[in-house]
Design a binder for this molecule. Structure first.
Ligand code: SF4
Length: 218
């Protein structure tokens, strides 16, 4: 635990200057558009999500706007993001629940957010951090999972356990920053198939980096 705490602090010190100021990949203006973007981003790149939402975000901004859509029409609008039937069902379910149970205002607690269709802890963490600046957990996506393992911040493979490990070793004020930085570093440098260890600012502290980098300043 102590080693992992030291390691995560080193990781944050290196990554915060690179990524803390970079906005999240999903483009949105209104809170409910963030909900839509996050739901659509499952199994889809942010670039594709942004291309698709750009075609209708001017006309559809609130939970009320989306709740008026038929399932068939919404499916057609979001089809290029994949898994469009399920995503349309979740967006409509989320719009209706937020409209009728929360008077159109997206709730600001994990307990309530995870009851919304299409929401898991990952989605809820993004919403809490971005809309309300609340750190209630660490958003664990595929990049956070991979980098946490490579950097030995966790030994687990299950996202819930990884989140628990990251929360235990990182100060709460940095939970959102940690996932944000790991996501961007995973996209740009530490890619799944070809991590660019030569150019990586973490190569001296990363156990996964090949010689001569690995562990050279741990
Ligand atoms: S050194 Fe390589 S494996 Fe380690 S974080 Fe950087 S890119 Fe990823």
């Amino acid at each position: 635990m102590k080693e992992a705490k030291t390691q995560v602090n080193k990781v944050l010190n290196k990554l915060i200057p690179l990524y803390a100021h970079v906005p999240i990949g999903i483009k949105y203006v209104t809170p409910f558009q963030l909900v839509v973007g996050v739901i659509l981003s499952a199994q889809c790149t942010d670039e594709r999500v942004n291309q698709v939402t750009a075609t209708f975000f001017d006309d559809f901004q609130t939970a009320q706007d989306f709740a008026q859509l038929s399932q068939a029409k919404l499916e057609k609008m979001i089809k290029p993001t994949g898994f469009f039937r399920n995503k349309a069902k979740n967006i409509l379910g989320a719009a209706n629940m937020i409209l009728h149970d929360y008077q159109g205002v997206i709730p600001n607690s994990m307990k309530e957010l995870i009851k919304i269709p299409g929401f898991g802890r990952k989605t809820a963490n993004v919403i809490l951090a971005r809309l309300y600046e609340i750190n209630e957990g660490v958003c664990v996506d595929t990049h956070v999972m991979r980098l946490s393992q490579r950097l030995r911040l966790t030994k687990h493979k299950d996202p819930i356990r990884i989140e628990r490990d990251l929360m235990a070793i990182t100060s709460q004020k940095h939970w959102e920053t940690l996932s944000h930085c790991l996501i961007w570093h995973g996209r740009k440098v530490c890619k799944a198939r070809k991590p660019n260890c030569t150019e990586c600012v973490l190569n001296k502290i990363c156990p996964f980096a090949p010689a001569p980098f690995a562990g050279s300043s741990v």
